[in-house]
Design a protein around this ligand. Structure first.
Ligand code: FES
Length: 133
């Protein structure tokens, strides 16, 4: 019987040094806009589109483990993609991240398969890749 729980494929997204601390970088991977976000808690990847309307989340403010949509102010949990405030009520896909290398040469890789959770799913796990940030 085939293994249906294969590890996701990871694709190089950017250099860690290109992502501002406490900010985000828009990258295009597998035909999809992804926001790579660097926080004190780690590096996250979230689809770069608000679930309320087609607005780039990478243009929003990063606070803790959240990113805020600049248009109407919904905040999204970067670990799960779940909306934490209205008007958005649908989660945004998030992607597992891993960091390869050290120092200025550290590369951010993003999983090619997103994880989408229900806004009420409390069992979601962190997607962050951490190092000395
Ligand atoms: S477009 Fe993002 S909250 Fe409305």
């Amino acid at each position: 019987m085939p293994d249906t729980k294969e590890s996701p494929e990871f694709i190089e997204a950017c250099r860690l040094a290109d992502v501002p601390a406490g900010g985000s970088l828009k990258v295009d991977l597998f035909g999809t806009a992804i926001a790579v976000v660097r926080t004190a808690e780690g590096v996250f990847a979230i689809r770069d589109a608000c679930s309320h309307a087609d607005v780039l989340l990478s243009e929003g403010e990063v606070e803790g483990c959240t990113i805020e949509c600049w248009l109407h102010g919904s905040q999204f949990d970067l670990r799960t993609g779940a909306p934490l405030s209205l008007p958005a009520v649908v989660a945004v896909p998030v992607y597992a991240v891993r960091l390869i290398g050290e120092g200025d040469d550290t590369v951010v890789e993003v999983a090619s398969t997103p994880t989408v959770v229900s806004p009420t799913d409390s069992s979601a796990t962190s997607q962050a890749a951490t190092e000395e940030l």
